[in-house]
Design a protein around this ligand. Structure first.
Ligand SMILES: Nc1ncnc2c1ncn2[C@@H]1O[C@H](COP(=O)(O)OP(=O)(O)OP(=O)(O)O)[C@@H](O)[C@H]1O
Ligand SMILES: O=c1ccn([C@@H]2O[C@H](COP(=O)(O)O)[C@@H](O)[C@H]2O)c(=O)[nH]1
Ligand SMILES: [Mg+2]
Length: 238
């Protein structure tokens, strides 16, 4: 689409092209804007099996967010038969982290397709590189023929689902959803990757005062009771 846009721009009168470029520069100033609305993003982080997906469903139901699970997007990419599918499949079975550009492209496409202004992103960023690249890469979306928005996306805050490994392991072994990584070997590898690579991301956001810690060891309805209340009190995003 962008190639077509550049080709068409050559046929336009110069003052119009100048106006378009000025307009684009103005729009660049408004960070996090999608279709004129500020895009609000919450990251949901926590160990494997801490209940992120379960509670995100509640958040969607009660607060109208679009839920994007990075893991689900990657699994959909495998099932779509994409050229990266085999590589992603191998990485997931090893409990490792998929290269940032792949996951970020999938998330950006889903954000644009979603057309909403409130997203809850679950299971991402998985490491410091994921975080830095996601926050630095500009999301481009064509709002109208003359409005190409450049969006820098950063989260409003981060929900951290804190749960013991013992409880997470018990949940994952009982999940029974046919996931290739829900076996004891991969689960142990995922715990190690979480501690080594994902906890530093949570610590980074903590140092910026952006983390809301949730006690995720409790039964699911109780977690939502607390989580729900915290959500209502947080940044006015309801
Ligand atoms: N608070 C809870 N108490 C007991 N079981 C729970 C709780 N929350 C979720 N579960 C169950 O634990 C399993 C894992 O939950 P869920 O899929 O939501 O975790 P997750 O954090 O998204 O995991 P992953 O990172 O592997 O995707 C599911 O079978 C779910 O029903
Ligand atoms: O940003 C991401 C998210 C996920 N992965 C890989 O997918 C699996 C499963 O993710 P869940 O969030 O548990 O569904 C994870 O272990 C990683 O291998 C990723 O690489 N990057
Ligand atoms: Mg999940």
């Amino acid at each position: 689409m962008r190639g077509g846009l550049v080709a068409s721009a050559r046929l336009l009168p110069r003052p119009l092209v100048r106006w378009f470029l000025q307009r684009r520069a103005q729009l660049d100033i408004n960070e996090n804007m999608l279709g004129g609305k500020k895009v609000k993003i919450i990251f949901v982080l926590g160990g494997p099996g801490s209940g992120k997906g379960t509670q995100c469903s509640n958040i969607v139901e009660h607060f109208g967010f679009i839920h994007l699970s990075a893991g689900e997007l990657l699994r959909a990419e495998i099932n779509s038969g994409s050229e990266n599918g085999t590589m992603i499949d191998t990485i997931i079975k090893e409990g490792k982290i998929v290269p940032s550009e792949i996951t970020i492209k999938l998330l950006q496409e889903a954000i644009i397709k979603g057309g909403n202004d409130k997203y809850i992103i679950d299971g991402f960023p998985r490491n410091e590189e994921n975080r830095a690249v996601f926050e630095s890469v500009q999301l481009q979306t064509l709002v109208t023929y003359f409005q190409l928005l450049q969006i820098n996306i950063s989260p409003e805050f981060v929900l951290f689902f804190d749960c013991s490994e013992e409880e997470m392991e018990r949940r994952l072994l009982g999940r029974n959803q046919g996931r290739s990584d829900d076996n004891i070997e991969t689960i142990r590898k995922r715990f190690k990757v979480f501690v080594e690579s994902s906890l530093p991301v949570i610590e980074y956001y903590e140092s910026k005062g952006m983390v809301k810690k949730i006690d995720a060891t409790k039964p699911a309805p109780e977690v939502f009771e607390d989580d729900g209340k915290r959500m209502k009190f947080t940044n006015g995003i309801t």
